[in-house]
Design a protein around this ligand. Structure first.
Ligand code: NAD
Length: 499
């Protein structure tokens, strides 16, 4: 079973070998830049390489997006809707192949990727349906004027995506951009570039005109930088680390680009002693150990009320020891490999940091011997909120447990972080749920739930976790300019100068 999925993935990327170039103006471009190796996370073998786009190649991709923009923006919403549904149809038809490529390239587990590919199709359908109304505005009449608003697509946009769940995240950005009437130049992450190429190919198979969606490969500091500095790119949608967000903001500042940032997190899950502890335990373990812990919304800090701390931590420890680590293609596997040796070294370094800061490595804390970039699911206990393991985004299968005394202490500890992406809260008291939710500094809060997304709801973070929101109309607000038109309804009084 696992080997047939591996084979599916290898076949799906065979035409991208040995070196993956770019997709510009509806055509594959081999690329003349320096190659950069792509590794297979589960074995550590070289999977292939990408070409780092040259300045000319980035310019060609932006020029194609600029040329295609007027016609795409003028295409009716109904027609855009049809085409984007077609993209979704093909994604659904090829979902197994896409999921297998994510397992191979990003090391993500089949049990989660099978759903993630389908979610990619749902993202396209959701924004496809909104395309006909994307330009709609509001009417704001006064006694003598009718003010009405309308929206128009902002222009060619850059979409820069990370390596953790590359396909789903690409659809999450690109579907609303295309539905809004923008043209796109994507730069996928250099460590997991293959599924993004599948997406651009699928979009063209679905009938997207040449130049509407382009993809350039390369490194962040070269290709990414060129793209974000390009004067013809009007906006940058970026998902990645907070410090990269700062760099991109600087790069785009000269040309006054608008930015939409979905950045890192150190998300707390707060467990009160009155919670349904069995369900809370399921959620805590799921939200940090699924997706190999490489998930922006992972609950990487568990804040546990001191009255239940020992009991709840023991419950977590039992589960963590029991997690099935291994072959990402095997549907029974719960935790797969980390993406890259550099990332593995980073995640691994926190065990020594935890010990030096006085925490206990209760479970795991080391890489798994053998090939691939596997790291043991890890639980740090006896931690306090000031330690680096409680403050920094580790982005691996690593959970830090911290006790708290009461509601005020829980809120103070939850908010004591540079990040503010998501927070999770477990309690059976409704008043407490409301009070704590009001006080939490996070863009998204789930009460008695894990991360269940509703596409019309806003997605995004505050503080170092981001700028802007995705989802529903929030996405269109970013990819579109709002215009106000004021029409005089009669001969209102006007000042006459120089008469
Ligand atoms: P990263 O910031 O290192 O890279 C993301 C992308 O930015 C890559 O394509 C990279 O090549 C590019 N890049 C790097 N430097 C650049 C530059 N100077 N100019 C332009 N582009 C540049 O992030 P990563 O390590 O790939 O991904 C992990 C991070 O992403 C984590 O911090 C995680 O929390 C975050 N993330 C956030 C969300 C969210 O929705 N908030 C979702 C997924 C991942």
């Amino acid at each position: 079973m696992g080997s047939s999925r591996l084979n599916t993935a290898l076949v799906a990327i065979a035409h991208m070998q040995p070196t993956l170039g770019h997709f510009i103006d509806g055509k594959v471009v081999a690329g003349g830049g320096a190659p950069s190796e792509v590794f297979r996370p589960d074995t550590g073998e070289t999977l292939g390489a990408i070409n780092d786009a040259t300045a000319d190649e980035v310019n060609a991709a932006v020029a194609a997006a600029k040329r295609a923009f007027p016609a795409w923006a003028a295409t009716s919403g109904e027609r855009r809707k049809e085409m984007l549904h077609k993209v979704a149809d093909i994604i659904e038809a090829r979902a197994e192949e896409i999921a297998a490529v994510e397992c191979l390239d990003a090391g993500q587990c089949w049990r989660f990727m099978a759903k993630a590919a389908v979610r990619g199709a749902e993202n396209f359908r959701f924004f496809a349906d909104l395309a006909p109304s994307a330009a709609d505005g509001v009417s704001l009449p006064t006694a003598d004027h009718l003010n009405y608003t309308t929206r128009m697509a902002v222009g060619p946009v850059a979409v820069i995506t990370p390596w953790n769940t590359p396909f789903m995240l690409s659809t999450w950005k690109i579907a609303p951009a295309l539905a809004a009437g923008c043209t796109v130049v994507q730069k996928p992450a250099e460590w997991s570039p293959y599924s993004a190429r599948l997406l651009v190919e699928i979009a063209h198979e679905a009938g997207l005109p040449a130049g509407v969606f382009n993809s350039v490969n390369g490194l962040g500091e070269t290709t990414g930088k060129r793209l974000t500095e390009h004067p013809d790119i009007k906006a940058i949608a970026f998902v990645g680390e907070s410090k990269t967000g700062s760099a991109i903001m600087r790069q785009g500042s000269e040309t006054l680009k608008r930015v939409h940032f979905e950045l890192g997190g150190k998300n707390p899950v707060i467990v009160f002693d009155d919670a349904d502890l069995e369900r809370a335990l399921d959620a805590v373990v799921f939200m940090i150990f699924s997706l190999n812990g490489q998930r922006c919304t992972s609950s990487s800090r568990v804040l546990i009320q001191s009255s239940i701390y020992d009991r709840f931590v023991e419950g977590i420890a039992v589960r963590v020891r029991n997690l099935k680590v291994g072959d990402p293609f095997d549907p029974a596997t719960e935790v797969g490999p980390l993406i890259h040796p550099r990332h593995l070294a980073k995640v691994e370094s926190y065990a020594d940091i935890a010990r030096a800061d006085g925490a206990t490595v209760a479970v795991g804390g080391a890489r798994v011997p053998g090939p691939g970039y596997f790291y043991q699911p890890t639980l740090y206990t006896a931690a306090d909120q000031h330690m680096r393991i409680a403050q920094e985004e580790i982005f691996g299968p690593v959970l830090t447990a911290i006790p708290f005394e009461d509601e005020a202490d829980a809120i103070a500890k939850a908010n004591d972080a540079a990040y503010g992406l998501a927070a999770y809260l477990w309690t059976s008291e409704i008043g407490r749920a409301l009070r704590v939710s009001n006080a939490l500094e996070a863009g998204m809060i789930w009460v008695n739930s894990e991360n269940v997304r509703h596409l019309p709801a806003p997605f995004g973070g505050m503080k170092a976790s981001g700028i802007g929101r995705d989802g529903g109309d929030w996405s269109f607000d970013f990819y579109m300019e709002t215009k106000n038109v004021a029409l005089a309804m009669g001969n209102h009084k006007m000042q006459r100068l120089g008469v």
